[in-house]
Design a binder for this molecule. Structure first.
Ligand code: DSN
Length: 420
């Protein structure tokens, strides 16, 4: 693999090999990351990247689009089938772009919007003051209940009725519990607001029916394609027929120019993979693996936010062990465990320090790891946190991880020297 690159640009070739090796040698527990298939990677690395195709299949602003039209139409049809949606727009370059287009399709700038507070599990594009969403709209954030650390339907209803927003965005980046989209959608619509769900994290679970389905209850649903969905890095919008025209218009020409046709082809491949029955088994493994992590960690001196998980992710309050998220992230990385520091609800630390770490099971589940490995890995995490980041414990865990990963080889073809 990569033989041209090795000759033309040895520095980039080297950086890529180092990264592939890092992915192989470390335990990837970042909840938003995954390992996409070789078929998806192949579709992404094709001359489809050369093609300008502003517009939509059958209605483009450039000639020569007949074959990329096939790819985009397949991606649209498969996304609609996968999510049981009236319409799909597969052009967003990212989840943020998808959210921006969705906001503009549903509301005008300046109106009231409610989204989950970033520091309580939300996302930048759900109303953070440093993001377009916080700049363009009057944001009223909702949060979690202080006791349960979960969204409380009564508190949520009271706030929606008090604020009377024009739009409420549901969804999260660091919320371990499932979302009752039916009940939340009813509250939002009863207050005369529009409902948008960002399912970037849980899209794979939603697709196979292992998380409550937002599509029937929301006006628009956005997602990324690379988290639990295990596709290429990118975005996706699903909507009801009535919003199709404005969603498409806001995506192009409203927010983007030429779509990334190689990525759209790769999205089509990922959706095809997700329609296969094996994908449901994979999503089930993600949940089983997260549950075993929860049980193992709870049996130790580890505090889980919201008491545990219904999804692929867990949020650990490392302040319970006298640590900051920053310290824990760095120490776990030294042991070859990759996680990210994360704010926890009502966090006293700054966002660059935090009191929490977020972990998730999609990537290791893709690698073939099952509950037995999760039990071991959660035990190692607990060992390190409980030891207060003792270097000898970190060293010993790292040694065992370097052995474990060899039983679950990742991207073996990519790691072979080009001459072999
Ligand atoms: N950065 C993503 C995450 O880690 O959840 C959200 O966009």
């Amino acid at each position: 693999m990569l033989e041209h690159l090795r000759t033309v640009d040895p520095e980039i070739h080297n950086a890529i090999l180092l990264e592939i090796n890092r992915q192989h040698q470390k335990l990837e527990l970042i909840a938003s990351e995954n390992f996409t298939s070789d078929a998806v990677l192949e579709a992404m690395g094709t001359p489809l990247t050369n093609k300008y195709a502003e517009g939509y299949p059958g209605k483009r602003y450039y000639g020569g689009c007949e074959y990329v039209d096939i790819a985009e139409q397949l991606a649209i049809d498969r996304a609609k089938q996968l999510f049981r949606a009236d319409h799909a727009n597969v052009q967003p370059h990212s989840g943020s772009q998808a959210n921006m287009a969705a906001y503009h399709a549903l509301i005008k700038p300046g109106v009231k919007v409610m989204g989950l507070d970033l520091s309580q599990g939300g996302h930048l594009t759900h109303g953070s003051p440093v993001n377009f969403s916080g700049n363009l709209y009057e944001i009223h954030s909702y949060g979690v209940n202080r006791e349960t650390e979960q969204i409380d339907l009564d508190e949520f209803r009271a706030l929606v009725e008090k604020v009377r927003p024009e739009l409420v965005i549901l969804g999260a980046s660091a919320y371990p519990r499932s979302l009752d989209f039916k009940a939340l959608g009813e509250i939002i619509h009863a207050a005369g607001a529009k409902a948008l769900a960002d399912i970037a994290h849980i899209a794979g679970l939603v697709a196979v029916g292992l998380h409550p389905d937002p599509v029937p209850h929301m006006d628009v649903v956005t997602s990324t394609t690379h988290k639990t969905l295990r596709g290429p890095r990118g975005g996706l919008i699903l909507c009801k027929e009535e919003h199709k025209k404005s969603v498409d218009k806001q995506m192009f020409p409203g927010h983007q120019g030429g779509p990334l046709m190689h990525v759209i082809a790769a999205k089509a491949v990922a959706f095809q993979e997700a329609l296969h029955p094996e994908f449901k088994h994979y999503q089930r493994r993600i949940l089983d693996n997260a549950k075993v992590m929860e049980n193992t960690l709870k049996a130790r001196n580890i505090r889980l936010i919201a008491g545990g998980t219904d999804t692929h992710l867990l949020l650990i309050d490392v302040s319970h062990n006298g640590l900051t998220g920053k310290e824990a992230e760095k120490a776990l990385d030294r042991a070859n465990i990759t996680v990210n520091k994360n704010m926890i609800p009502f966090d006293k630390e700054k966002p660059f320090v935090t009191s929490g770490i977020r972990i998730g099971t999609p990537a290791l589940s893709s690698r073939g790891m099952r509950t037995e490995e999760m039990k071991t890995i959660a035990g190692w995490i607990a060992d390190i946190l409980e030891s207060k980041l003792e270097e000898s414990v970190i060293e010993s865990v790292k040694k065992q991880i370097l052995e474990l990963v060899e039983a679950f080889p990742l991207y073996a073809n990519w790691r072979k020297p080009a001459s072999v």
